[in-house]
Design a protein around this ligand. Structure first.
Ligand SMILES: [Zn+2]
Length: 457
């Protein structure tokens, strides 16, 4: 929570002073044509997830929208222990990876734009862009207070401090996970994540998470949502409301209590199952999730955000768009859920590409934040003729693809009710605007530098 934002944690971050922010502001305003960065994050969208989705959505010989982007790099994820000078750890969470992309600084799991161990606030690309006069937005299928969107516009030591009533004694699955008391307003902090978003300079906030804005704000008789309205946000909670919202006002759209429902599910709600020695697992198809029907899609939220941010805007904007539940469905061993959310990302990318056709100075970046549990494996496999029956450890789903094959997807990172992330490097893709700006191999914090350079910040 400390305000000295300007720290190099791993040699990759920037030292930024108030004077530096003023200088970048002048430089950005000198640009003649509006410039945009649209950063699209598929949470947990590693190459296993992309391959599974490609096979299902367009067939193994088909091409996703993602595959048609001209530039493809590899992004190495970096994470450290939660202490000053902490050692590297090799598996990340969404809070520290989003912090890497938003600030250029490597931090520890659970942290939202704060430094490992020393808990200093780190300035984000959204804050820099805003200071230079750019418009800014975050769009997600998770709660807008979830780790990925939060790290672009809030600063707090722990990702689960999403509303004023969740600042102390954080409990998850019966585990005591610490607190965010130093960030309480009465202790000189900026408050919970929802309070920080409500007080932020963001122009567009779209996603789930109504419950985090319903709580009474600290030191106030008003709810967090009312604080946002006091700060100039127009509030909507339906698709129609979002699409007819006035462009002159900043826009806060919250379409579900927590994370938004996903588009697809396994047949009759089935997920991956244990493959016993002598049993077979019946195949299934993916089907629409009935709970999704009344939700705005990621594409519809993206279209509204692009329309809001580009209207009467001679300078440009920074927009982060997240398809969050590729990850969340993989934790729950639901490959159809992850495929449907990758399809949502594809549609949002199509909107971004169409926007870039009429707004040529638009850098589109598509990446993941970290790897996930799903693996595409053989069913039966080369060892199935051995005398002792062979089975895959973990849990398995067998999905019939529209082209008539069967995808066998395995989850085997954990015996708990949830799967774990993995430490693999992940793709970073870009449209032609990224040529010359993005090397073939990057470390994840470089995504901050790439966005900053493109916007002249
Ligand atoms: Zn996750």
């Amino acid at each position: 929570m400390r305000k000295a934002i300007h720290t190099i944690v791993f040699g990759l971050g920037l030292i930024l002073t108030g004077q530096a922010i003023a200088q970048v502001s002048e430089k950005a305003q000198a640009a003649s044509e509006p410039r945009q960065v649209i950063l699209i994050i598929g949470d947990g969208m590693d190459d296993q997830q992309i391959t599974i989705a490609r096979n299902y959505l367009v067939g193994a010989t088909g091409r996703l929208q993602l595959d048609q982007l001209p530039l493809r790099a590899t992004s190495q994820v970096l994470t450290i222990e939660d202490k000053v000078g902490g050692k590297l750890v090799y598996v990340a969470d969404s809070a520290n990876t989003a912090t890497s992309m938003a600030t250029g600084v490597v931090t520890s799991p659970g942290r939202i734009a704060t430094t490992a161990g020393s808990d200093e606030d780190i300035i984000t690309i959204v804050e820099l862009a805003e200071a230079a006069g750019y418009k800014t937005g975050i769009v997600t299928t998770a709660s807008v207070t979830d780790a990925t969107p939060a790290a672009f516009a809030a600063h707090i030591n722990f990702r689960l401090c999403e509303s004023p009533d969740l600042m102390s004694d954080i409990n998850l699955w019966g585990l005591q996970l610490g607190n965010c008391q130093p960030d309480l307003k009465r202790n000189g902090g900026k408050g919970s994540i929802s309070e920080q978003l409500a007080a932020s300079g963001l122009d567009v906030i779209l996603g789930g998470g109504r419950k985090y804005f319903a709580a009474r704000a600290e030191n106030s008789e008003r709810s967090v949502r009312q604080l946002a309205e006091d700060n100039g946000f127009g509030y909507v909670n339906t698709l129609a409301g979002m699409q007819s919202a006035r462009h002159e006002r900043r826009l806060l759209g919250l379409f579900s209590s927590g994370k938004m429902p996903v588009a697809w599910r396994g047949e009759d709600g089935r997920v991956a199952e244990v493959l016993d020695k002598n049993s077979t697992i019946p195949t299934m198809r993916c089907e629409p999730n009935p709970k999704f029907a009344s939700s705005p899609t990621l594409k519809q939220m993206t279209d509204s955000a692009l329309s809001h941010l580009s209207r009467d805007n001679p300078l440009g904007f920074f927009l982060m768009i997240e398809s969050a539940s590729i990850d969340k469905q993989s934790h729950k061993r639901n490959p159809c859920g992850s495929i449907g959310e990758l399809q949502q990302l594809e549609e949002a990318l199509q909107s971004a590409m169409a926007f870039a056709q009429t707004h040529p100075r638009t850098l589109i970046l598509v990446t993941a934040d970290h790897g996930q549990a799903a693996q595409l494996i053989p069913y039966g496999g080369i060892f199935s003729s051995e005398s002792e029956p062979v089975r895959s450890p973990g849990k398995v789903a067998r999905i019939i693809t529209p082209e008539g094959g069967i995808l066998t997807v395995n989850y085997a990172t954990s015996t708990s009710s949830d799967e774990e992330h993995t430490g693999v490097s992940i793709p970073l893709l870009s449209n032609a605007e990224g040529m010359g700006l993005i090397p073939a191999f990057v470390q994840q914090p470089q995504i901050f530098d790439i966005s900053r350079k493109y916007l002249g910040l």
